[in-house]
Design a protein around this ligand. Structure first.
Ligand code: ZN
Length: 111
């Protein structure tokens, strides 16, 4: 691969890394599964494993890094949400004002 454009791939990958942070931080800190689709993260984990295998055979360092990260992130979210399923925090129960503020902020970050 042309090394001069490889930085584009790593720049895109760093955005993916940053995008998962709010979800993972909230899951770990609050042990809250509010708004997390366990099914979607399971499917993303399986797809991450398949795409990582493909990236390794294609010997593409950007996709290998990206898929390795995605596999770890989605599998962690899946396992954590499965473990704490049905345990929303006060924020996601809709009982606090900070809930609305945090939810709006998270939705803005997700686009
Ligand atoms: Zn929550």
């Amino acid at each position: 691969m042309n090394g001069s454009i490889q930085w584009l791939g790593f720049a895109g990958m760093s955005l993916v890394v940053v995008a998962y942070v709010p979800q993972i931080v909230h899951l770990v800190r609050a042990r809250c599964t509010g708004g997390v689709s366990t099914w979607a993260y399971l499917v993303w984990s399986v797809s991450g494993a398949l795409l990582l295998a493909y990236a390794i055979t294609a010997r593409d360092p950007v996709f290998i890094s990206l898929q390795a990260y995605q596999l770890v992130a989605t599998t962690s979210i899946y396992l954590f949400s499965k473990r704490h399923q049905g345990e929303p925090c006060n924020v996601h129960c809709g009982t606090s004002q900070s809930h609305r503020t945090e939810t709006v902020a998270m939705e803005r970050m997700r686009g």
